[in-house]
Design a protein around this ligand. Structure first.
Ligand SMILES: C[S@@+](CC[C@H](N)C(=O)[O-])C[C@H]1O[C@@H](n2cnc3c(N)ncnc32)[C@H](O)[C@@H]1O
Length: 281
């Protein structure tokens, strides 16, 4: 790519998040106070596992001049997997435990979620996970060196349902360029969502992207498509319709993604899961 994409997403109503970012952020600020075991995990483990980044202003910002040195942070050279919006750390910690030869970086804005992730890291005695409290577009736009990530994961990003809030979604035109910047050629971007219209948006943005190819283009179309099922069965509060998804492009469930409590709630609510996998060209 000839130009460096803007780290973008902001326009939050929160004064701490406004005034310096060019676009709306994909999150609302939640309490960052820690208590009990989370506070204890933070006190005991943050020096070892939390990446301390210089900020511009808000505590989720990243100074654009800062560049992450993975080899120094992990104390070794190994392929890097980055999970954006890692929540409570269930997926990233499980994967890191199963895959000790790769380094894992969890990116999350919610400090209690990161503290919970530290708890899990401590319980499992892992050494190949680091966490950072930061806004993902800034991490992808400037913090991570170009072509430094082997896999990028984005599982169940906040859906921002209302049309007027779609600008807050992480996956929208332009975000693909940030992801493409950090992935090595041939690297994978794995995504999952439990909301069909966000799944369709992801498919549109990434299939239109010059930097990516859909590893499962055309697969699971028609009656095999979860989108067809959402329409036929009237899921997500829709009126049932015979609107078939002829395009497909949905990946099989990524077996490295464990069932998180978040995904479990989606199943219980009767929603279907859409997986997508794209390869960096
Ligand atoms: C719906 S939760 C899903 C959590 C986790 N991936 C899972 O599947 O259980 C979305 C997470 O993304 C985080 N998030 C939202 N916008 C973010 C951003 N711009 N940068 C980093 N994390 C973000 C939220 O704080 C939240 O924890």
């Amino acid at each position: 790519m000839s130009t460096e994409p803007s780290p973008g997403p902001a326009a939050s109503s929160d004064p701490a998040e406004t005034g310096y970012r060019s676009q709306p952020v994909s999150f609302v600020r939640r309490g960052s106070r820690l208590q009990g075991r989370r506070q204890q995990a933070w006190d005991e483990l943050s020096d070892l596992f939390v990446i301390d980044v210089p900020r511009v202003r808000a505590d989720t910002s990243v100074d654009p001049g800062y560049v992450f040195d993975a080899e120094a942070a992990f104390g070794r050279k190994a392929p890097l997997v980055v999970e954006i919006g890692s929540g409570l750390g269930e997926a990233v910690v499980h994967a890191a435990g199963e895959d000790p030869d790769r380094n894992y970086l969890a990116v999350e804005v919610y400090r209690p979620g990161l503290a919970h992730t530290l708890q899990r890291i401590g319980q499992r005695g892992l050494t190949n996970v680091r966490v950072v409290q930061a806004n993902a577009p800034e991490v992808l736009g400037t913090m991570l060196p170009a072509a430094s990530v082997e896999e990028l994961w984005l599982f169940f990003p906040d859906p921002w349902h209302k049309t007027k809030h779609h600008k807050r979604r992480l996956v929208k035109p332009g975000f693909d360029e940030l992801a493409a910047r950090v992935l090595v050629p041939g690297g994978l971007w794995r995504l999952a969502t439990d909301w069909s219209d966000y799944a369709v948006q992801m498919r549109e943005v990434l299939e239109a992207s010059a930097g990516f190819v859909n590893l499962h283009a055309g697969e699971r179309a028609g009656a095999d498509s979860p989108l067809t099922r959402v329409h036929a069965e009237g899921l997500e509060g829709r009126e049932p319709s015979d609107d078939a998804d002829t395009r497909g492009g949905w990946a099989p469930r990524f077996e490295g993604r464990i069932l998180t409590s978040f995904e479990n709630k989606a199943h219980q609510a009767g929603r279907l899961i859409f997986d997508l996998t794209f390869r960096r060209l």
